[in-house]
Design a protein around this ligand. Structure first.
Ligand SMILES: [Zn+2]
Length: 204
């Protein structure tokens, strides 16, 4: 094999998505690198458990926001709809540690509304991926704007990041707040402040 061919093969191997069985081997290796013995009693089934837990926490990649939002009800409604205090559990893509918090979503319908359970499902579809909080916030707002086409969407996420609490700056009480305002929530001060007033009791 020429140098180029073997280099190509090496790169292909690096890019390959691990097979199902390789999940467990990879987690065993990780345990070894941590200085542990993957064969000791307490750790024997850990690779399987970690694999299942990681697969669940990243199951959002398999969910299509368009499908979650595809059924709307045609209604003459032009008052703001708010779903607040939606639990958010996500994984920070920089440290693979959880960030946990709450999300508040509002939209100003034009001619159709969403079933209320769709919004928490949408939040989970984006949160169950490797994320940064800023992108998570924008993705939720933009998906609703794109698929439901309301007059505007607002999304606020407040979360505590374990990568800040357990390591790094070790600030246990710092919470990050991110927001994305689209359409009337961006252009109208009145709409935006109505939304912020309505969620104020929820913001810590
Ligand atoms: Zn982090």
């Amino acid at each position: 094999m020429s140098d180029t061919q073997s280099e190509l093969k090496r790169l292909q191997q690096l890019l390959e998505v691990p097979e199902k069985a390789e999940w467990e081997k990879t987690i065993q290796l990780l345990l070894r690198l941590m200085g542990e013995d993957p064969n000791r009693e307490g750790l024997r089934r850990t690779p399987l458990r970690v694999k299942k837990s990681l697969q669940f926490l990243t199951s959002g990649y398999k969910q299509d926001p368009a499908k979650i939002l595809n059924r709307c009800f045609r209604v003459k409604q032009d008052e703001m709809v708010i779903v607040k205090d939606i639990d958010v559990f996500s994984i920070c893509e920089h440290h693979l540690l959880p960030f946990i918090g709450r999300c508040h979503v509002a939209y100003m319908p034009k001619d159709r509304i969403l079933g209320l359970s769709k919004i928490p499902r949408l939040v989970d579809a984006f949160a169950h991926r490797l994320q940064v909080q800023e992108r998570l916030t924008t993705q939720i707002a933009e998906a609703i704007q794109e698929h439901v086409r309301p007059h505007g969407v607002a999304c606020v996420v407040e979360a505590s990041h374990l990568c800040m609490m357990m390591r790094g700056v070790q600030k246990q009480n710092a919470r990050a707040v991110t927001s994305s305002m689209l359409g009337v929530f961006r252009s109208s001060e009145k709409t935006r402040s109505e939304f912020l007033t309505l969620i104020r009791g929820s913001l810590v």
